[in-house]
Ligand binder design. Structure first.
Ligand code: IPD
Ligand code: MG
Ligand code: MG
Length: 340
């Protein structure tokens, strides 16, 4: 019964399924078969709601924010992250009631993270929350859509820059509707790399992270950048603005959409250990070419991270930091308020 419901939902979600002339039955069957894998309508809807969510993010970007902590003192969340995620999920649920969700803030609130074969929206409402809190102008909405665990489309909206990256499987990658391609660079010594420090602050993670930087810089490479949002970092590889990205410790919602965007732009996405990319493994290298990707994998090491599909996150802790726009200074709340 449930299978039939999902089948009907897929038919309904797919593009203009009822638009065929009734006379040509065999061509209807053929077209339906191909249309079954066309998720354009869902993608357009995802883009539509991402544009609405951007308005909410830009409004909140400039005003006072209460900040809560998640897994570490550097893993931040705001009320806007939570509100935007709810907005996105309820808009999608209303249109596609049988679709499933994996949302960063829903998982942080205790929801189970399970990727099934059902159509699933993987959402990061604000990628770059630390940037958002500090008003560092790179924050993105990341939306990936999977069916049978394969990503069908990805949307990354870099809100302040107003750059909307998108890709549908097999149909190329775009930024604001203009096709994008990776640099095609094959030589690591001529490459500009991007990475993120992430929110891990334990001794082992810090020492592996710094020794990775050291080993890459001594190759030598042209340089290393960090923008503060994994989704945008990966899209920069897709545009050819940088040649490779690596990251250990991010989550599936950070990179699911941009991994497809990189591949559709002609790039390569692998695990940091050189094996096939697994979006739940919390390790990624995205590069302009296979040779650059594998060279990086030979040089860097990964610290151990619990897989996303084995995570059991504690709920966010109460507010400890406030970022105000009036003074633009950080102050601590709680007993005996203190201005820094
Ligand atoms: O928490 P969030 O801002 O959505 O996402 C974070 C950003 O992508 C950051 O660049 C990366 O270093 C972290 O690992 C992510 O968790
Ligand atoms: Mg994120
Ligand atoms: Mg986020």
């Amino acid at each position: 019964m449930l299978c039939l419901a999902i089948f009907l939902e897929e038919l309904h979600s797919s593009f203009s399924i009822f638009a065929f002339p009734a006379s040509d039955f065999s061509s209807q069957i053929l077209q339906r078969t191909s249309i079954m894998t066309d998720w354009t309508e869902c993608m357009n809807y995802g883009i539509h709601i991402a544009r609405e969510a951007r308005e909410a993010i830009l409004h909140a970007f400039r005003i006072k924010k209460a900040v809560m902590l998640k897994s570490s003192p550097a893993d931040l969340v705001t009320e806007t992250d939570q509100r935007v995620e709810k907005m996105l999920i309820s808009a999608i649920h209303e249109k596609y009631p049988l679709h499933k969700f994996i949302g960063e803030e829903s998982v942080a609130a205790g929801e189970q993270l399970i990727l099934t074969d059902s159509p699933t929206w993987i959402i990061d409402p604000i990628d770059g929350t630390t940037n958002f809190v500090h008003r560092f102008p790179f924050v993105a909405i990341s939306i990936a859509f999977t069916v049978k665990k394969q990503t069908e489309f990805g949307i990354v909206y870099s809100c302040v820059e107003d750059r909307l990256y998108s890709a549908q499987r097999g149909r190329g990658a775009f930024c604001n509707d203009i096709p994008i391609t990776t640099s095609g660079q094959e030589d690591i010594t001529k490459s500009l790399l991007v990475t993120e420090i992430g929110s891990e602050r334990d001794e082992l993670a810090l020492s592996i992270m710094t020794s990775n930087l050291h080993r890459l810089l001594e190759i030598p490479i042209h340089g290393i950048r960090a923008v503060g949002t994994a989704a945008v970092d990966m899209c920069l590889i897709a545009t050819g603005g940088a040649d490779a990205y690596y990251h250990i410790g991010m989550h599936c919602w950070d990179i699911a959409a941009s991994a497809l965007i990189v591949c559709e732009a002609g790039g390569v996405v692998i695990d940091t250990n050189g094996s096939e990319f697994d979006m739940m493994a919390r390790r990624v290298i995205a590069a302009s070419s296979s040779s650059v990707a594998h060279r990086i994998s030979q040089v860097i090491r990964a610290f151990p991270c619990q897989r996303d599909d084995e995570l059991h996150a504690p709920p966010p802790k109460k507010s400890t930091i406030d970022h105000t726009t009036d003074s633009n200074k950080v102050h601590k709340t709680g007993s005996g308020q203190r201005r820094l």
